[in-house]
Design a protein around this ligand. Sequence first.
Ligand code: ZN
Length: 418
Amino acid sequence: MTSSEDDETYWSTTADEETTGIAKSGSRPEVDGATMLATLHSGIPVILAMRPYQNAAAIPALIRQLAAHNKGKVTLGAIAPLNHIKPDDPTEFLPGCTGATLKIADPVTYLFHGDNSTKKKPTKVRWPYQTSSTDEIKTDSWAESVGQAQRDVGANLILSPGNWKPAEEAEVEINLEVEQFEAISKQSNDKETCALNLTLGSTWLTQERTRDTLLESIVATQPAAVYMRVLWPKLAHNYASLSDVSILKGYKEICETLSQEDIPLLLPDTDLTGWYLLAFGATGFGTGVTSGARAFKPDQAGGAGAPRKPRYFQPGMLHTVLKTEQTLIESTISGTVCSCPYCAFSRSTNIWTPAAEGGHHLNRISDLTSDISNRKTRRASAKSTIIKAAEFTANVMRQIPLESNSQPSHLSQWEQLF
Ligand SMILES: [Zn+2]
């Protein structure tokens, strides 16, 4: 177990704009509601980059670089969680993300309300809506205050509150969210679009009855988009992708159904698992420069505080390995040296910073997404990429000893679902 390796701390040590090698530049006109709808229905996959808690100044430049790099094949968005942004400093992040077409201020209400079933660590209260009582959070006026907070920081895709839904009373829980979504939608203007925000226990996906309730409700509501988080079980380590077949099957059915119904589906906090779900009809997924933005799972308790080892997203394996293992892979197997600007900058300076690790990760996730951008061939392309990753991993492991966390354990399960 490497749960003691603290990814947020690692990222916060040295990652800033000076260590990325990526220059500031560019501006972009505002995206109105009609443009947003056209974007969500264009068939071009969306990558949502999450603002990290610290050193967020590096992110707008990264988003601009990614937007330019895979222009026409990948659309970029930015997510600012509202436990990061203060009401008295609202222009800090989203307005600066000029490469992002989608700008989302995630209300992250599950951090403040409910019974802490998500097992997330306590976080700082920054907005009045985050201190409301359990009765207040059931009202339309509270939902409107959640919507207003998002507008105040420059969001153009406004989310319903997305309170934690354990599926204990499935219909009551989903009906309340729909009601609050409609309250927020009524308040919106033509510059913004509203999405149904869902924060769900995994039972919603794994049990047929609740899954049907969910799908029937979404289809009846016809939101402009669905923004859906599902609480995953604890993963083997911070760099694992989701391999639980029962949850993956639930995701697959939801992706396929909403795609058939022409309702765009965004999956924040899913990283490579979200990339995989594009094959079944998801519109986009969220990721980020730290592992906290790549999975929605219970926070895992720290152990003895082992120092975080530098890591490297190995795109050929669809998995993250140690940087030292990647150095061996590069010297053993041809064609494995990365040409992204973060790796190029790292080679020129001979250091592997958290900024390089995060920037490289997003560049290669973006390239993998660009590779399957064509909607007609997407499913077959993703399947082929996964089969090749299993073959490449076997080839690597014949020649190079990899620590257990560096060995992908999701590829065979992923292939099964095609
Ligand atoms: Zn790279």
